[in-house]
Design a protein around this ligand. Structure first.
Ligand code: MG
Length: 383
């Protein structure tokens, strides 16, 4: 592959780490970020966290971990084509969901409601907390001490109010600047991955029918193409053949449209990218509309399906009741979390206690949350 483009993230010009460390002898700085993420505890937890379908519903559904790997793989391909920093894109993608609660978005929404009086809860901000503070892996510092560029990429959105409280990576939200291209790319890789794998998982679960999908233009076009090339193909193989073409279409469009925008604007450094009014990575208008239609379809047919809603409602109840129990009596938490609650409460009052409880709950896998809930509320369960 050719050398990095001028607008890519170059490690010699990195804004560095929060705690100075000697450079790694045989890896790049961004490769070291990536490796630290893979070795983190939060990364291993992703295997038992819900994407859309709760883990115990079946072995073949995506979990946060397999979702994350698909995102990273798409991002690497695009980064290579745009001559961006592949290791940095990969690191950002591998870390992008580390702050997710158990039970997917239902868990995040419930925890956010519980935290309403204490600054709220946002999974994206929590991903940054995980890599900056919560991981206990290194002798010299809390967190993973990642590069600025990686942390900037992990924090993909942030309210103005929160931005004021988080230092260097919050500044761009105050100044309305953009993140580097590797970070921009991670957002799109995330979308391409989940829109397509949610179709697969939805069909597998029997919640979406192939016939319904034909109302989605992106699906219908590629479906027609596959039927013409392979008239006898059906079932799973047909679905996969359509999905791989959809992913390919989206990725190709993303590369071509981004190249065109990079040329038009003539940016020649990461700082020039940051100073732009909008993202430079993105789909063409036509593909953006087609992608949006797919998203709307998934929302109506899958995420709002009554069977998914039932799981969502159970998940909310579990998270809410865990929070109530631990916030009401932090002594119910295991010693390290109880100590964190005491420490934070001493400096910040009830807000500090609530944050320690939220950190504990957000770190749980689905099955651990269910087990904790049982231990707290079912008298017959061992504690
Ligand atoms: Mg994601």
């Amino acid at each position: 592959m050719s050398a990095l483009a001028s607008y890519a993230a170059h490690e010699e010009r990195s804004r560095g780490r929060r705690h100075a460390e000697p450079p790694p002898p045989y890896r790049s700085e961004f490769q070291r970020d990536r490796d630290r993420i893979v070795h983190s505890t939060a990364f291993r937890r992703l295997v038992y966290k819900t994407q859309v379908f709760v883990n115990h519903e079946g072995d073949l559904y995506r979990t946060r971990l397999t979702h994350t790997l698909e995102v990273a793989q798409i991002a690497r391909t695009v980064a290579g084509q745009l001559r961006l920093n592949e290791a940095l894109s990969e690191a950002i993608c591998l870390a992008h969901d580390l702050g997710h609660t158990p039970f997917g978005h239902a868990g995040q929404d419930a925890l956010n409601e519980c935290m309403a009086d204490f600054g709220g809860f946002e999974h994206n901000l929590q991903s940054l907390r995980v890599v900056d503070e919560l991981e206990e892996h290194y002798a010299g510092f809390d967190g993973l001490n990642l590069t600025f560029e990686c942390r900037e990429g992990i924090l993909k959105h942030c309210s103005y109010k929160n931005a004021l409280t988080i230092g260097d990576v919050g500044e761009r939200f105050i100044r309305r600047e953009q993140p580097g291209l590797e970070a921009q790319l991670a957002n799109f890789a995330d979308e391409i991955a989940y829109n397509n794998h949610d179709v697969d998982d939805g069909v597998r679960a029997g919640l979406i029918a192939l016939d319904d999908l034909l109302e989605v233009r992106l699906f219908a076009d590629h479906h027609a193409e596959v039927r013409e090339a392979h008239p006898r193909i059906q079932g799973r193989r047909l679905l996969y053949e359509v999905l791989r073409r959809m992913i390919n279409h989206l990725v190709t469009d993303l590369i071509d449209s981004s190249v065109a925008r990079l040329r038009e604007t003539g940016v020649d450094s990461i700082d020039a990218v940051r100073a732009q009014r909008a993202f430079l990575i993105g789909f063409s208008e036509e593909t953006a509309a087609a992608n949006q239609q797919l998203k709307t379809f998934l929302r109506e047919h899958l995420y709002r399906h009554y069977k998914v809603q039932r799981m969502t409602s159970k998940a909310r109840r579990v998270v809410r009741e865990l929070f109530d129990a631990f916030f009401g009596d932090p002594a119910l938490m295991p010693p390290e979390h109880r100590a964190a609650a005491r420490r934070r409460e001493a400096s910040q009052g009830p807000t500090g206690r609530a944050r320690a409880v939220a950190d504990y709950i957000a770190g749980m896998t689905d099955r651990y949350a269910i087990l904790e809930h049982r231990r707290l509320y079912d008298p017959a369960e061992r504690t």
